[in-house]
Design a protein around this ligand. Structure first.
Ligand code: FMN
Length: 177
C-alpha cells in the first residue's frame, strides 16, 4: 500500500463508516522488541482535545490488548480497504493470548514513523498516537439505561485518549480544499 505523510489539517476521513462498517485495528506494544498485540475496534472517535489532534478508543479490561495499552506509551489505529474485512473479523474475534492471530489474518506488522507501536503494511491509513489520558467508564453516569445492556459481564471499558503524532495514508485521505 502506498501511503504518504498527511498533516492532521489535511486529513479527510469519512470517520463514521470507518468506525462502524469495518472497524480499525488498535495496536499497542513495541515493534522493535517484537512485543505487541492488535485487536479490531469499532467504537471511538477522532477529533481535537486540549488543542491537540486526538483519537479516543475504548478497551474492555478483558482484552489481551488492554495489558499492552497499560504497559506502553503509544498505539496506532489502522484502517483498511474493504478487501481486509475478513482479516479484521479474525482479529476482532480471536485473542492474541491464544496464538499468532496476526499471521492467521495474513497481515504484516511494520515499524511506525514516530512511535514504538507498529502499523500494518496493508493499511490505507495509519494514525500514530501517544497516550495522553485514560479513564474508566463509570456506569453510574449512563444517562440512558439501555447502555448497560452492552455490559452483561460488567467489563466497562477503559477510555484512552491518544495525541495524534503522525498520520500516513493513501491519496484518498488527503483533502484538497
Ligand atoms: C467490528 C468489531 C469491533 C470491536 N470493537 C471493540 C472495541 O471498540 N473495544 C473493545 O474492547 N473490543 C472491541 N471488539 C472486540 C475485540 O476486538 C475482540 O475481543 C478481540 O478478540 C480482542 O483481542 P485481544 O484479546 O487479542 O486483545 C470489537 C470486535 C469487532 C469484530
Amino acid at each position: 500500500m502506498t501511503r504518504k505523510p498527511i498533516s492532521f489539517e489535511d486529513l479527510r476521513a469519512n470517520v463514521h463508516p470507518i468506525w462502524s462498517k469495518q472497524g480499525m485495528l488498535l495496536t499497542s506494544g513495541d515493534f522493535s522488541a517484537g512485543h505487541f498485540n492488535t485487536m479490531t475496534v469499532g467504537w471511538g472517535s477522532l477529533g481535537v482535545m486540549w488543542r491537540r489532534p486526538f483519537v479516543q478508543v475504548v478497551v474492555r479490561p478483558t482484552r489481551y490488548t488492554h495489558g499492552f495499552m497499560e504497559q506502553y506509551e503509544s498505539f496506532t489505529l489502522c484502517a483498511f480497504p474493504e478487501a481486509y474485512r475478513q482479516a479484521l473479523q479474525i482479529l476482532g474475534t480471536r485473542s492474541g493470548r491464544d496464538g499468532d492471530k496476526i499471521a492467521a489474518a495474513g497481515l504484516t506488522p511494520i515499524a511506525s514513523t514516530q512511535v514504538a507501536a507498529p502499523g500494518f503494511a496493508e493499511a490505507d491509513l495509519i494514525v500514530e498516537c501517544r497516550k495522553m489520558y485514560w479513564q474508566d467508564m463509570d456506569p453510574s453516569h449512563f444517562l440512558d439505561p439501555a447502555i448497560e445492556s452492552h455490559y452483561a459481564k460488567k467489563d466497562y471499558h477503559r477510555i484512552y485518549f491518544g495525541e495524534v503524532v503522525a498520520v500516513n495514508g493513501t491519496e484518498a485521505y488527503v483533502g484538497h480544499a
